[in-house]
Design a protein around this ligand. Structure first.
Ligand SMILES: Cc1cc2nc3c(=O)[nH]c(=O)nc-3n(C[C@H](O)[C@H](O)[C@H](O)COP(=O)(O)OP(=O)(O)OC[C@H]3O[C@@H](n4cnc5c(N)ncnc54)[C@H](O)[C@@H]3O)c2cc1C
Length: 397
């Protein structure tokens, strides 16, 4: 047996790095175990929406490659296009290698120990501590924060109930001549209709594009074909140099509880990604910070920590995911209804989702009560629009 800590965080993505930062700041003895060598590539669009930037506890401006104040949604088969603008960035573009490393470095500066190339392989419980068998050495701690992403080894080894839906997504890093890159500058682009139950996106970076596609249908067969068609549509087919990656995103949370015995699940390991967009960084940050706060407030008392974390997830994360889940079902399960809703109220829907991503509203403020949904579907409501997008100057707050 080698190292001992009060808390071990498994995984150095945004959930784990934020948890470690908050714990180290509070003077808790904490270590992060990361299986990769750092900084590491992460399959992700690297789009930080406004609400993720607001939730972040550390400065990451230095790793933002481009700010997008404009978002464009194209409904391809219908030839419809909706553009939203805000005075604060709607999406700030980064590369996850740099972003995750920036937060982890802040945690390290605050006092967290970091063990890279250290993969957790097994978990065992012994009274008031937990032992982790890793590829490097055996370690023990009073609590474990499982921030090891969608394929969480920690959750699997604990035999936790799942209930998440893991959906497939592709991310291609596409390099092309500068004159071709310029036409994507400053806009986060989203395209619906390439596949029946998902969407594609273009996120402009400093010297390349991150182009992706996801499907809310778990068994989507032709994601690679869809991506090839999308590259052609964008005019990036022949000229581009392409690095191809694929992974999964949880589109539904675990059944819970999210803290069991001495282990707290955060981020993708818990299934906290937005069911409408697949955006997972906001809830990874929020859940990482909530887990750390529960450990601090609960003074490492097992029952207190567990109850505090389960309570804060139930109060502040699950309602938003449930409301988002209703909208996602509407948008992705019934493509015809989606075409109709967008042809009637596309700008209003785009403004609404932009406000949620920008952190100005939550899904629960939008259109899910039967009365408001009926209003959304009524042309009269369009004229007297009861939903008011956040005004541009609201963004300056
Ligand atoms: C194609 C694609 C595009 C996406 N685009 C976006 C986007 O633009 N914006 C957005 O907000 N979200 C996006 N997401 C979702 C986002 O990537 C995740 O929700 C987010 O990374 C979750 O953060 P996390 O900290 O929970 O886990 P992760 O970021 O997955 O971090 C987990 C870490 O744990 C480490 N690890 C895993 N197993 C072990 C182990 N056994 N031992 C030690 N370490 C381990 C991993 O190496 C990794 O570093 C995208 C996802 C995909 C697949």
């Amino acid at each position: 047996m080698n190292s001992r800590y009060d808390v071990i965080v498994v995984g150095s993505g945004p959930a784990g790095a934020c948890a470690a930062w908050r714990l180290a700041k509070a003077g808790v003895s904490v270590a992060v175990l990361e299986k990769a060598a750092l900084p590491r590539y992460k399959t992700c669009g690297g789009g930080l929406v406004g609400r993720a930037m607001q939730a972040l506890p550390v400065e990451v401006r230095q790793v933002i490659e481009q700010d997008c104040y404009t978002a464009r949604l194209n409904i391809l088969p219908a030839g419809l296009s909706f553009t939203t603008h805000r005075q604060m960035p709607i999406v700030s573009m980064t590369m996850r290698s740099q972003f995750d490393f920036a937060i982890l470095s802040a945690a390290q500066e605050a006092g967290a120990a970091v063990h890279q190339r250290c993969a957790v392989e097994n978990v065992s419980f012994h009274g008031d501590f937990v032992t982790l068998a890793t590829s490097a050495e055996s370690m023990r701690a009073k609590f474990i924060v499982a921030a090891d992403g969608a394929i969480s080894t920690v959750a699997r080894k604990m035999g936790l109930a799942d209930g998440r839906i893991l959906i497939p997504a592709l991310e291609y890093e596409v390099t092309m001549p500068h004159d071709r890159l310029d036409r994507f500058h400053g806009t986060a682009r989203f395209d619906v209709g390439l596949i029946p139950h998902g969407y594609a996106w273009v996120f402009p970076k400093k010297t390349h594009l991150s182009i992706g596609v996801l499907s809310m249908a778990q068994r989507e067969r032709d994601l690679k074909g869809a991506m090839a068609r999308y590259l052609d549509l964008l005019g990036c087919g022949a000229l581009a140099q392409v690095e191809r990656h694929g992974f999964v995103i949880p589109s539904r949370p675990r059944r819970g509880p999210f803290a069991e015995r001495r282990i707290l699940l955060v981020g993708d390991a818990a299934g906290f990604a937005d069911p409408v967009t697949g955006e997972g960084i906001s809830f990874a940050i929020r859940s990482g910070l909530l887990a750390a706060q529960a450990l601090i407030d609960g003074q490492l008392d097992e029952e207190l920590v567990r109850n505090t974390y389960n309570g804060s997830v139930t109060e502040s994360i699950l309602p938003e995911l449930q409301r988002g889940g209703c909208l996602a079902r509407l948008l992705y399960t019934f493509p015809r209804m989606r075409w109709w809703a967008f042809s009637q109220h596309g700008q209003i829907l785009s403004e609404a989702v932009t406000d949620v991503m920008a952190g100005k509203k939550q899904y629960r403020d939008l259109t899910f009560k039967p009365r408001t949904l009926l209003r959304l579907l009524s042309p009269r409501w369009l004229r007297n629009s009861a939903y008011r997008p956040a005004r541009p100057h609201d963004d300056q707050v």
